[in-house]
Design a protein around this ligand. Structure first.
Ligand SMILES: [Zn+2]
Length: 449
């Protein structure tokens, strides 16, 4: 019996060995082509050329290139491109002038999948590369969850990093809202340099936020770093942070007065231009109905500047009178897709008109007669929804347009705020351009003249 048992065990062991051998042989026959080159050459921001060089492509009948750039998105947006097999070198160029370009720092990955006539497939190991703007010699300074890159003016990086840290500290202290994932700031040495890094950007732009990449690009000449640069960093950073807070794929918009009011609030203590606006609004009854600031801000510089100041005043009132928890709840309620009036009603017990009444009373502005039934929003005032995954970049007017040090040699560009791109739906709030700074400085300039 022992002998028989032993034989059986031996037989099973042999069987096992044979099975292993069979698997090994099958593996050996698997399709596993030799790859000589697998690379992506980046010509930022215009194109990326993917190349795969094989030792022998004779057996291959179909090839697919799959690629994507890591971003915050509610949809899988990877691209799959069928590639014609014409020899041992397979190549394809992603021309970004058709799609818009991701910002520098974005991570690109790609995979080649090869198929033979008899249906065997092979996917080459996934490759990744960082899209970098190699035109400049970048330096980097970092703080908690912030990476700031710059190349012009030794003091610019530390100065603006300090502004970013201060802005975040204020958001946390006053609103209880913290940065949730790492943000990258690319500080270009001029708005021209910055604009060359972004396809399809208005020629007056000085800054742009890519909220789906947690990346901000700003052109800051060293002479404008201490004032315009600091303010713009804090403003744009606030948009990203507040946008991250309660980000959802449900949909949901925030009224423009809330988004911009929060961003201006995060800039720090209000400057004299802003305080003048508020005094003017109270003294000369110049505030807009708050409801009219739910959507796009006025196109005219002065009116836009006043809209930012008014938005700031309303947000300042809300935080002061009702506290940060209610503001957080409001942001989360809006992120769940609730309408502006319904969300306010739910959290504060009044709608947009009720908020306006309370705010006006608190700051000493004359009450505005408000129709008993809330005015329906006109279609033109509702921000347009951009499909998720679409390249969205909303610019900030250039520093040269408003930096006090700017001379007449750099004429102020004619800003066209109505060309601002809308925020994407749901997952990308806070992309309105920084018209406040532009508007204020224009008026200041006007006052000096
Ligand atoms: Zn803004």
């Amino acid at each position: 019996m022992n002998k028989k048992h032993l034989t059986g065990t031996l037989f099973l062991a042999l069987l096992g060995w044979r099975a292993v051998t069979a698997v090994s042989l099958a593996r050996a026959q698997e399709f596993n082509p030799a790859i000589l080159v697998n690379e992506a050459v980046i010509d930022f921001p215009d194109e990326v050329t993917f190349t795969l060089e094989l030792d022998d492509s004779a057996a291959i009948t179909a090839v697919t290139l799959t690629y994507d750039v890591a971003q915050i998105s509610c949809l899988e947006a990877e691209a799959q491109v069928p590639i014609e097999v014409t020899g041992n070198i397979l190549s394809w160029t992603w021309v970004m002038s058709r799609s818009g370009n991701p910002p520098p720092g974005a991570e690109l990955w790609w995979e080649w999948t090869l198929t033979t006539a008899d249906g065997r497939t092979f996917t080459a190991p996934r490759q990744t590369v960082t899209l970098s703007d190699d035109r400049f010699d970048w330096q980097t300074v970092t703080a908690d969850n912030i990476r700031l890159h710059w190349y012009r003016g030794d003091e610019v990086g530390p100065l603006l990093l300090d502004a970013a840290v201060a802005g975040l500290a204020q958001l946390e202290a006053d609103m209880g809202i913290e940065l949730q994932s790492e943000v990258h700031l690319y500080i270009y040495g001029s708005s021209e340099d910055m604009r060359q890094a972004v396809l399809y950007i208005q020629d007056w732009a000085g800054g742009v936020a890519f909220s789906e990449y947690n990346t901000i690009l700003i052109g800051v000449p060293p002479s404008a770093a201490a004032d315009w640069g600091r303010t713009t960093v804090r403003h744009e950073l606030a948009h990203l942070v507040v946008g991250q807070f309660g980000r959802s794929c449900v949909g949901g918009h925030r009224p423009t007065w809330l988004n911009e009011g929060l961003a201006v609030y995060a800039q720090g203590a209000p400057d004299s231009g802003l305080l003048d606006d508020i005094a003017d609004g109270i003294g000369n009854n110049r505030f807009e109905p708050l409801r009219s600031l739910n959507g796009a801000f006025p196109a005219h510089d002065d009116a836009a500047g006043m809209a930012y100041s008014q938005s700031y005043s309303v947000v300042d009132f809300m935080l002061d009178a009702y506290g940060p928890e209610k503001m957080q709840t409001l942001l989360l309620t809006l992120a769940q897709g609730e309408g502006y009036d319904a969300a306010l009603e739910q959290v504060y017990g009044f709608n947009v008109d009720g908020l306006e009444l309370a705010w006006r009373a608190a700051i000493g502005a004359p009450p505005r007669p408000i129709p008993p039934t809330p005015t329906p929003l006109s279609a033109a005032r509702v921000p347009t929804i951009v499909p998720l995954g679409a390249p969205v970049s909303v610019p900030t007017p250039a520093a040269t347009a408003r930096a006090p040090t700017t001379t007449a040699a750099t004429p102020a560009p004619q800003a066209e705020p109505e060309t601002e791109r809308p925020s994407p739906g749901g997952c990308g709030l806070g992309l309105m351009p920084l018209l406040l700074v532009f508007g204020l400085s224009r008026r200041k300039k006007g006052n000096n003249e």
